[in-house]
Design a binder for this molecule. Structure first.
Ligand code: UFG
Length: 342
């Protein structure tokens, strides 16, 4: 019997890539989204890539418990991967109530539904943001979390704790995996799905590709006076397809009863730090173009350097990042060109 995975926020950037990998691994997937922060491009792209024209799509607001209940009643859900959340750091500082309400309520409703059905496997999309500015790098899962610097980051920390408590109280009927993503970038090699930010991108790679295509005039590199080798920040950029595959490993681990604890946490990164300038240079080289960029003042809230120690995910889950930064940056550029019809 095929197992069914509910992907909340399944039409978004990460959700769409995860849906593809789950289908390719043989899972039945239910995509649920309210399209509050994306259009149908991701969902339509997934159908094209997988050839699954019948891919179930449910328009659901996860903050509405009646809708979540109806969803759980309609499908035999074996696991939920929860992406449905707001994700703009700056906006969360300006609109904390909106962020807490949406990101907490939607997850609480999923957990209540999981409890009500007598148990479920729940995978939560957490973030390296929970480590704040770490005292030592790379960070392992044992690296202490730091107080969040934004309401967005705080919702990640809080949802981690909520899942942990729920798993504990359920006596293991609800099982949880927290995946802490580093910096997801790139696009599917088909160029049919990718990142589609609304308005001016906050994140580096979409800003780069939009600058290269001529939608933005100039990339600002925020800060070149950090205590790093070239003065720009260091991050762990993880290919979106590699990241998506980590979810298949995690879900299968839950389904197959391979978990060592009822709530587990894994860093999902490459283990390789790259500076902003190195990333920009790699983008120019691999795509054979010149990017218009300038150095600008530091951006408030940025940490100097963070990258993952992914050993636990490598050894315990058997997952490892395999795609090179060159492949990833080529895919990101192919996606931007696809969007522009080029
Ligand atoms: N950057 C620029 N110019 C830009 C955009 C980004 O120089 O136009 C730099 C940033 O200063 C940072 C690096 O590129 O040094 C990466 O920035 P991103 O915004 O792409 O990613 P962040 O590391 O800031 O964000 C990530 C996740 C968030 C998370 C945040 C918290 O994408 O979800 O880490 O640490 F909340």
């Amino acid at each position: 019997m095929k197992k069914t995975v509910l992907v909340s926020g399944g039409a978004g950037f990460i959700g769409s890539h995860v849906t593809v990998e789950l289908i390719e691994a043989g899972y039945d997937v239910v995509v649920a989204d309210n399209f509050s922060n994306c259009d149908r491009t991701g969902y339509e792209g997934v159908k094209k890539i997988t050839g699954r024209d019948d891919l179930p799509l449910e328009i659901v607001d996860f903050c509405d418990m009646a809708q979540v209940k109806a969803l759980f009643a309609k499908y035999p859900i074996d696991a939920v991967i929860h992406f449905a959340a707001y994700k703009a750091v700056g906006e969360s500082v300006a609109k904390p109530v909106m962020y807490y309400k949406n990101n907490l309520m939607s997850f609480l409703n999923v957990l209540e539904a999981a409890q009500d059905k007598g148990g479920c496997n729940v995978l939560f999309s957490s973030s390296a943001t929970v480590y704040g500015e770490p005292e030592a790098v790379p960070v392992t899962e044992k690296t202490p979390r730091q107080p969040a610097t934004s309401p967005y980051g705080n919702t990640k920390t809080m949802c981690e704790d909520i899942l942990r408590d729920t798993v504990k109280a359920s006596g293991g009927a609800v099982k949880g995996i927290l995946l802490r993503y580093f910096n997801p970038i790139g696009a599917h090699p088909s160029a049919l799905i990718g990142e589609l930010p609304r308005g001016v991108p906050n994140n580096l790679v979409p800003y780069i590709t939009q600058t290269a295509i001529g939608k933005r005039e100039c990339l600002s590199i925020f800060g070149n006076d950090y205590p790093t080798p070239d003065g720009t920040c260091l991050r762990d950029y993880i290919d979106i397809v590699d990241l998506a595959k980590a979810h298949v490993f995690a879900v299968t681990r839950m389904m197959d009863g391979k978990m060592k604890e009822n709530c587990e946490v894994f860093n999902i990164g490459t283990g390789r730090p790259l500076s902003v300038l190195e990333l920009v240079t790699a983008f120019e080289k691999v795509n054979n173009l010149k990017l218009n960029y300038r150095f600008a003042p530091r951006r408030a809230g940025d940490v100097t350097a963070i990258w993952a120690d992914p050993t636990l995910a490598n050894t315990e889950m058997g997952w490892k990042a395999t795609r090179s930064i060159e492949e990833t940056l080529k895919a990101a550029w192919a996606w931007e060109k696809h969007l522009a019809g080029k």
